[in-house]
Design a protein around this ligand. Structure first.
Ligand SMILES: [Zn+2]
Length: 283
């Protein structure tokens, strides 16, 4: 287990501990013993494979933890990344742990959820609600942009601000439904990529890499709901306000460019819906 610098982040290789406890966790869930299930899950996520017989997984543990720390150093070396890292609530801990091959086969992406997640009374296997300490399921092959994205979620959870609101949008080709939290993480991820002079992702859901600032701005301007949520974050989320006032030279920064984007967005539709246009008054 490696603590990353002065940040409240612990990189913890616990793959084999998790695999060994998976059946037990599943059984507890099926038996409706959700409190016990969460207790075991919290123990597993905070235990290191170093405790397994004679530290037999030492090599793969070192490889994983060094690889993740090296990506965290890369994030720390980027102004946008450093802003995110520096704002995670220091009274909490972010646990970064690996996914198994089986889990990756099922879903080749990263996830963040609270360590002490809210239990769903209807028995649903949902761990995304709650706040405080977080667990990021992450593998280094996913790259630094994805890790930065998850750290934005961890930051929001750490201050009990993670409140996903559903919204849909179109990128000009397809329609997607996502949440406000994903849009925030996606936009900050793109500002980070732009600062690093890496290609941008067109929008959150389509995973189109290699987009330009103009293409990504076009998706924002063309979707009232996306503009609405950017405006919301600009007024209420410190990371967005900071980004707007700090990163003057970063090419992609819709928080900084919001006034221009909003003006362009208003031009795409009439201010008064046609049905409410005033009727001509008879002379
Ligand atoms: Zn996300």
């Amino acid at each position: 287990m490696l603590k990353f610098g002065a940040y409240p982040i612990k990189v913890n290789y616990n793959l084999h501990t998790r695999l060994r406890n998976k059946d037990k966790e599943d059984q507890l869930h099926l038996a409706g013993q959700y409190l016990e299930e969460r207790k075991l899950d919290m123990k597993v996520n905070t235990s290191s494979d170093a405790t397994i017989e004679n530290n037999m997984y030492r090599q793969e543990m070192n490889d994983y933890e060094q690889a993740v720390c090296s990506l965290l150093r890369k994030i720390d070396g980027n102004r946008v990344g450093r802003m995110v890292l520096g704002h995670i609530n220091k009274k909490t801990t972010v646990w970064i742990v690996p996914k198994s091959d089986e889990e990756l086969k099922h879903d080749n992406s990263a996830q963040t959820h609270p360590l002490n997640y809210d239990i769903q009374t209807n028995g649903m296997y949902v761990r995304g609600y709650g706040s405080g300490d977080t667990v990021i399921l992450y593998n280094p092959e996913l790259g630094d942009g994805v890790l930065l994205h998850e750290l934005v979620h961890a930051y929001r959870y750490s201050f009990d601000k993670f409140v996903p609101v559903n919204l849909d949008y179109s990128n000009g080709y397809s329609r997607y439904t996502t949440t406000s939290e994903e849009i925030l993480a996606h936009v900050i991820q793109n500002i980070y990529l732009s600062e690093a002079k890496q290609p941008l992702c067109l929008d959150y859901k389509s995973y189109w890499d290699g987009s330009t600032k103009e293409e990504t701005y076009k998706v924002l301007v063309g979707n009232e709901r996306l503009m609405w949520i950017l405006n919301y974050f600009l007024r209420h989320e410190y990371l967005a306000t900071m980004a707007a006032h700090t990163f003057k030279t970063t090419e992609y920064n819709p928080f900084r460019d919001f006034a221009t984007l909003e003006a362009a967005s208003l031009k795409t539709r009439p201010l008064v819906p046609a049905s409410e246009e005033p009727m001509p008054v008879a002379p």
